[in-house]
Design a protein around this ligand. Structure first.
Ligand code: NAD
Length: 480
């Protein structure tokens, strides 16, 4: 059985305890590999190797750091096929999706932040009192980077790239469900000539390896993407030590469709926004509100399209949805649908396990599901399901839908579908979220801030927002 290793000081090493746990292939439900059950000792080794590397890496010129990051970007691109297959094998997403979204974006993350650091300038201000003030930045030191399983390499590199570009070193803790591409990234970083210890990857569980990282006194910064409950735990550990903290957490995003749209034109995009990556994207629109006048027409088209989505072998180019990431996650998704059914909601499509071929019978497949007639106060409407499940509701007035959209603890994103520019502006201003898409979804411009409000997170990432977070800024005032 394949055993993964931690990547510490540029080398692939076994966990100090010698303990491993099983990693399952979500397509078959069979054990696929063994993950190091790393603990405080492994994290201590990684932090100490990172600290050592910081002395040189933080003094390396921006140009020289960028050269290495550009090389990592190139090598990710060169290994795209293997990385996409590995991501699918661990996570369940279709290989073609990993090859067209996850891996290109992972490569772009390095290219983007290397370029950004090469071109950015500091601020200066001339005072009337004959003085000039300017800003000067320092990297923070050893950064702790913790990522989830839904977009494994995409989100891990979204943290590593700005951290390293700004002169920091890193200890990463990828999700225990998706370690494979993180290990491959270790080899790529060696091939690109990244000095030993600049980036370390410790595999294992959140409660042990993750907790050891967030509580380590020599890690002054934690960048975390994951669930809101985990975010709370991390805040409790990090806040008393005054660590810099960025939290990208859960969402329960509304999709608001007004009656001036061309239903046939938008349905494919709304389907994608609800079910891409098995609905396991924090930005998926899981609460769909459609204005009364087009509700029936939309419902018919939407249900028909979702019925036709192909669920099954993620290796096939024709598959739209693969399995969910784990058995426990599939059970959780199913329990929300069953809860809604028991409360009298109508399951318009799905709500079952799909039929799959013999060799995939043990896999964690769940059909794309649309639920109608739910109460706004119900669990399926209030809590993050994070799977292929969307609710469908009708509304009369803008004011009414805004109230429903904002009545949630979350505030990550929303999408609005309308031909009216003034309505789009008005509604986007009124939504309590970090990102609003109008007539599109998940179109990301890395130059723009990204993050959530309320229980969806703390802080913003992207371009200078990431560099602000990954550096300490100082103001220097010079008098004539
Ligand atoms: P999770 O919170 O269970 O785990 C995320 C990471 O945190 C994993 O690496 C895990 O091992 C680690 N972890 C768990 N407990 C920890 C602890 N006590 N201390 C330190 N680390 C710990 O989340 P998940 O199930 O992997 O991912 C799904 C969640 O991520 C969803 O809620 C989703 O909305 C969210 N997410 C948010 C964004 C965003 O940008 N806002 C993006 C992707 C996913």
């Amino acid at each position: 059985m394949e055993r993964f290793s931690n990547y510490i000081n540029g080398e692939f090493v076994a966990p100090v305890s010698g303990r491993y746990f099983e990693n399952y292939n979500p397509s078959t439900g069979k054990v696929d590999s063994m993950i190091p059950d790393s603990d405080i000792k492994d994290v201590a080794r990684a932090v100490s190797s990172a600290k050592e590397a910081f002395n040189t890496w933080s003094q390396t010129s921006v140009e020289d750091r960028a050269k290495i990051l550009f090389k990592i970007s190139e090598l990710i691109e060169k290994n795209k096929t293997e990385l996409a297959e590995a991501e699918s094998r661990d996570q369940g997403k279709p290989v073609h999706l990993a090859a067209s979204v996850d891996i290109p974006r992972s490569s772009l993350n390095f290219r983007y932040f290397a370029g950004h650091m090469l071109h950015r300038k500091e601020e200066a201000s001339h005072h009337s009192a004959g003085a000039i003030s300017f800003t000067s930045r320092k990297p923070v030191g050893v950064t702790g980077l913790i990522s989830p399983w839904n977009l494994p390499l995409y989100l891990l590199t979204w943290k590593i790239a700005p951290a390293l570009a700004a002169g920091n070193v890193a200890v990463c803790k990828p999700s225990e469900f998706t370690s494979r591409t993180a290990v491959m990234l270790g080899s790529i970083m060696n091939e690109a000539g990244l000095p030993k210890g600049v980036c370390n990857i410790v595999l294992g569980r959140g409660a042990t390896a993750g907790q050891a990282l967030t509580s380590h006194p020599d890690v002054p910064l934690i960048s975390f993407t994951g669930g809101t409950e985990t975010g709370k735990k991390i805040s409790t550990t990090a806040a008393p030590q005054f660590k810099k903290l960025s939290l990208e957490l859960g969402g329960k995003n509304p999709t608001i469709i007004f009656d001036d749209v061309d239903v046939k034109k938008i349905v494919p995009m709304v389907v994608r926004s609800a079910f891409l990556n098995q609905g396991e994207i924090c930005l998926c629109g899981s609460r769909i509100y459609v204005q009364e006048g087009i509700f029936e027409e939309f419902k018919k088209e939407f249900v028909e399209s979702v019925k036709n989505l192909r669920v099954g072998d993620p290796k096939l180019a024709t598959t739209f949805m693969g399995p969910l990431v784990s058995k426990s996650h599939m059970d959780k998704v199913e329990s929300y649908v069953e809860g809604a059914r028991a409360d009298g909601a109508e399951i318009l499509v799905g709500g079952t396990r799909p039929q799959v071929s013999q060799e995939l019978l043990g896999g964690y497949f769940y059909s794309p599901t649309i639920v109608a007639g739910v109460k706004e106060s119900s669990a399926i409407q209030k809590e993050e399901v994070f799977g292929p499940v969307a609710t469908l509701q009708s509304f009369k007035e803008e004011e009414e839908v805004l109230k429903c959209a904002n009545e949630t603890i979350y505030g990550l994103s929303a999408s609005i579908w309308t031909e009216s520019q003034s309505r789009a502006l008005r509604v986007s201003r009124a939504l309590d979220v970090g990102t609003v898409w109008v007539n599109t979804w998940m179109l990301r411009d890395l130059k723009m801030p990204f993050g959530g409000v309320k229980a969806s997170g703390l802080g913003r990432e992207g371009a200078d927002h990431s560099i602000d977070f990954f550096t300490e800024v100082k103001t220097v005032c010079l008098k004539e």
